[in-house]
Design a binder for this molecule. Structure first.
Ligand code: HEM
Length: 443
């Protein structure tokens, strides 16, 4: 399998760490859809052909586990929650959490997401905002955190829930540092990262314990009350231990807010760059009667949904997934041994010319006629480990766009250059996303 030499890798060492997206894009352009990296031990491959991606994530998923550096780094913060877990009991945890994402439940939390959007918009822009440059990335970050908290914990975020959200958001930066360390550091070494990690875990453990105890107390004092269907209630009523509940809560917050916030920031950028697409979206929203729900947008708001789908194609927040082979397999027509590590990058697959003509152009119409998931499109993964929050995330994005864009226009400022895409837990715009925001009545 073609790929860079050891010498190439040594020279690229800094850029691999600082800007992995550019590095992966370069090696793909140079070596093609299947790239091998020269590392000691079992092979490490980058696979971009949609057929190979489907094979690893879906068809042969049983042979490919999450025992990888990426998920080990995540688990050092989250513990073995749903996203990082490579345990066989992952499926039981998924079954437990699933009702929190059921359609009926999502219907009920739409109001919370609308409220979270309006609150963040008012907080950031103020009531008498006239027009100006606004970092929309930080605005949508607040919405993402608040919306996921209200959906998963409770409508009226308790003080403990709010503290857990803030602490988890801080912890996400640590996941990035751990994921970037090329040499696995022993956890007993008193390095600055390990010390911060220990402190972060202690803080997350303490706040989760308080949050769980608070809910257990409420549960005892209202024996006949149903758990309300939110994730915390479902987990508390299950057989899970407090430690397991903590892993799932932290996992959901990390997986659920960074991704949605990054996706919204890029979507607003694409809309600011293309006023015709933004006007069409606003026109569709103005014809929509009643509040926007979290579901059914393909029928009720097809253009808005196509904008979201196309934005997730160009800027998929989850830019790399990884799997390790239990036993021998065949990838791209090549035999690979057990232990092989495969990196799959939605970022690269979505920009493949063979799958997407003019891949870098923003064209929501690509998705208007789409039935089912197009081949070579996996912003939420594929197969049994598909994102459990997919419907919630898509719905949340449409609701936030509807709240913001029915009152404001976004534009690029003069002398605009796009912020660089920075691969963190999700792909974020480096330095934020400063856009011109104008109240509509004044346009
Ligand atoms: C899994 C992307 C929003 C919770 C995944 C995976 C991807 C992904 C690609 C699969 C990872 C893999 O196979 O290695 C996204 C994107 C989102 C988003 C792009 C937003 C635009 C959310 C939300 C939540 C969430 C809102 C929860 C509130 C999870 C969990 C998993 C997961 C728990 C693991 C599922 C399992 O393995 O059973 N996500 N996600 N995600 N996501 Fe999301």
């Amino acid at each position: 399998v073609p790929g860079p030499s050891t010498w190439d890798m040594a020279r690229a060492f800094r850029s691999v760490r600082a800007d992995p997206l550019t590095f992966l894009t370069d090696v793909t352009q140079r070596y093609g859809d299947l790239v091998a990296f020269p590392v000691p031990g079992p092979p490490v491959l980058l696979a971009n052909d949609p057929a190979d991606v489907r094979h690893v994530l879906q068809t042969a998923a049983r042979n490919w586990s999450k025992e990888t550096v990426q998920y080990a780094a995540l688990a050092r913060v989250t513990g073995p929650g749903l996203l990082a877990s490579s345990e066989p009991n992952w499926i039981e945890h998924r079954r437990l959490a699933a009702p929190a994402f059921h359609h009926r439940r999502l219907d009920a939390v739409a109001e919370q997401v609308r409220a979270a959007s309006d609150a963040a918009i008012t907080e950031r822009l103020g009531r008498s905002f006239s027009a100006g440059l606004v970092d929309v990335a930080s605005l949508v970050h607040r919405v993402g955190l608040d919306a996921v908290g209200r959906a998963l914990f409770s409508a009226d975020l308790s003080e403990h829930a709010q503290r857990l959200l803030d602490a988890t958001s801080d912890a996400a930066t640590l996941v990035v540092r751990l994921g970037r360390s090329v040499l696995p550091s022993a956890s007993w070494v008193p390095s600055s990262t390990n010390l911060r990690l220990r402190a972060t875990r202690r803080r997350l453990d303490a706040i989760s314990a308080e949050l769980i105890a608070e809910r257990r107390r409420q549960r005892r004092s209202s024996v006949d009350e149903p758990h309300g269907g939110d994730l915390l209630g479902l987990l508390i009523d299950s057989e899970l231990t407090d430690a397991e509940i903590r892993h799932e809560l932290v996992t959901m917050v990390i997986a659920g807010h960074e991704t949605v916030a990054a996706a919204l920031a890029w979507t607003l950028m694409l809309l600011a760059e293309d006023q015709a697409v933004q006007d069409r979206l606003r026109g569709e929203l103005s014809e929509h009667s009643g509040p926007v729900s979290l579901l059914g947008h393909r029928e009720t708001l097809p253009w808005t949904r196509a904008v979201v789908d196309e934005s997730l194609r160009l800027f998929p927040p989850a830019w790399a997934l990884s799997r390790r082979a239990h036993g021998p397999d065949v990838i791209g027509g090549r035999d690979v041994p057990g232990g092989t590590l495969v990196i799959l990058s939605p970022w690269l697959v979505h920009r493949r010319r063979e799958s997407w003509p003019e891949p870098l152009a923003f064209r929501p119409e690509r998705f208007l006629a789409a039935r089912g998931a197009p081949s070579g499109y996996l912003p939420f993964g594929q197969g049994p480990r598909l994102c459990i929050g997919r419907e919630f995330a898509l719905g949340e994005m449409v609701v936030v766009l509807s709240r913001l864009l029915s009152r404001y226009r976004v534009e690029v400022p003069p002398g605009w250059t796009r912020p660089a895409a920075q691969a963190q837990v999700a792909v974020h715009p480096a330095g934020g996303m400063p856009l011109l925001v104008r109240p509509l009545a004044r346009v």
